[in-house]
Design a protein around this ligand. Structure first.
Ligand code: CAP
Ligand code: MG
Length: 460
């Protein structure tokens, strides 16, 4: 089998430690073998026809190798591709993306294409900063050892004035929440000017810190053009507030890297919201969320939204657990063909995973069954929709985190505000969630994979 005159399938090839590796799901009009060849060719050195300009150096040193395949049907399956280190411009993520996540998505014989996971070699990772303010440093700011962190997104998403917004934040802090954040679509609208909101909320956070003796986090959304973001970072820094939030997915890689350079220089805690990722991480096209997640940790955000497994957004507990591991562990055990074995370079510190979306106090135990205790649990509706309002919603959520930390089941809680929240929204037991994860892990994944991506998606 050959594509454009060359064959890239080489089942005897063993990826080197310095290779980049991707695993893709593909379905198309050609044979599976031809699709595999086409993917490797178009994402590395080849094209549709034989070239008079091809030489030994290009072919032997730079081409991609399809070193493993799992055939599902005559024209679909999983393809493992290894790329030699020197194929890429050594520290240029955009160039890498233009190769491995580039033209292949536009090839007309392809009907479904998804990069399920990828591995970047240690040598490559070492060139990046990773989180400067990671889990350890965030815990130091708040003053916790092991309990999960809890926070809120002020709701309604947009519409409150700066004063109204900061008043809600104040109640949330005083109720015991560790963190308050802007929503992904709130920046500097006329009804809620960014600067005024920031000044008022910093005051609220400082006041709560003094009164309660606990560190507080307020991340304001600075997402905008690069010069505007820099202005906002300077403003925050001048006000002694080294925390902010960015919408990483819509900012793109170059924008994110550029802003992180500035934020790292100033030692900021950086909260990363992932609004928009679903446009390409769901369904049979695009990339898995873990693909982007690895880039965000490499570039060095402090905390990243990674899903809930029990709330309103998609993602099964098993997938969310894996995203949690990619965020906070150094070594990740594969679950092929969905997740590959992966190791972070030593210099890439753990980042804090953030669970958000449809959460409420009764789900805190379920979330920690997925992530463990190194997680920040955010709730908007689940705080401000409490029967007694924000202050008591915050108390209920904090009580849930304290109970979970002590190993108390939330349906046995003594806290009356938590009891009220559970009465309104219900409770999901951690044991149930753990059982679900264990049962999925026991499934014959390789056999299920033979049913195609659709069958694997059912695990999500
Ligand atoms: C949560 C949230 C988050 C989503 C994003 C919202 O609010 O603020 O943006 O969770 O999803 O606006 O929906 P609620 P993800 O607590 O009121 O649901 O974290 O999965 O990217
Ligand atoms: Mg939001």
């Amino acid at each position: 089998m050959a594509y454009g005159g060359y064959s890239y399938i080489d089942k005897n090839y063993r990826p080197k430690k310095t290779d980049f590796v991707t695993i893709l799901w593909v379905k198309g009009e050609s044979t599976f073998e031809m699709l595999s060849e086409a993917l490797a060719a178009e994402s590395s050195v080849g094209t549709w026809t034989k070239l008079a300009t091809m030489n030994d150096f290009v072919w032997k040193k730079l081409r991609a190798h399809v070193f493993k395949t799992i055939k599902v049907s005559a024209n679909s399956g999983y393809v493992y591709i290894a790329y030699p280190y020197d194929h890429f411009d050594s520290r240029n993520l955009l160039q890498i993306l233009a190769s491995i996540r580039g033209n292949i998505y536009g090839m007309k014989e392809i009907q479904e294409l998804k990069i399920l996971d990828w591995v970047m070699p240690e040598k490559f990772q070492k060139q990046f900063p990773g989180p400067k303010i990671g889990i350890k440093e965030i815990r130091k700011i708040i003053g916790t050892k092991s309990r999960p962190h809890v926070g809120t997104i002020v709701k309604p998403k947009v519409g409150l004035s700066a004063k109204e917004w900061a008043d809600v934040a104040q109640k949330a802090f005083m109720g015991g929440l560790d963190m308050v954040k802007d929503d992904e679509n709130l920046v500097n609208q006329t009804f809620c000017p960014w600067e005024e909101r920031v000044i008022r909320t910093i005051e609220a956070a400082d006041k709560a810190k003094d009164e309660l003796g606990e560190g507080k986090i307020y991340v304001s959304n600075i997402t905008d053009s690069i010069p505007k973001m820099i202005e906002r970072i300077e403003f925050l820094d001048e006000h002694g507030w080294k925390q902010c939030m960015i919408d990483v997915y819509v900012m793109g890689i170059a924008g994110t890297e550029e802003i992180l350079r500035e934020l790292h220089k100033r030692k900021f805690l950086v909260h990363a919201h992932r609004a928009g990722h679903g446009a390409e991480t769901r369904g049979p096209w695009g990339v898995g969320f873990n693909f982007w997640e690895k880039i965000y940790r490499l570039l060095g955000v402090s905390q990243l939204h990674t899903g809930t497994g029990v709330g309103k957004m998609e993602g099964s507990p098993l997938f969310i657990q894996k995203y949690g591991e990619i965020a906070s562990k150094q070594k990740i055990k594969g679950f092929e063909p969905l997740f590959l074995n992966f190791k972070w370079a030593k210099n890439i510190k753990p980042m804090m995973p953030v669970a958000s979306g449809g959460l409420h106090p009764g789900l805190v135990e379920g979330v920690t069954a997925i992530y463990g205790k190194d997680v920040t649990i955010m709730a908007g509706g689940g705080i401000h929709g409490h029967p007694k309002g924000t202050l008591y919603g915050a108390k209920a959520q904090r009580a849930a985190a304290e109970d979970v930390n002590k190993g108390i089941k939330l349906n046995k809680t003594q806290n009356i505000y938590l009891q009220e929240a559970i009465k309104k929204w219900g409770y999901v037991s951690g044991i149930e969630i753990k059982k679900r994860i264990t049962s999925i892990k026991k499934l014959p994944i390789k056999k299920i994979a033979k049913g195609g991506l659709e069958a694997l998606d059912k695990l999500n």
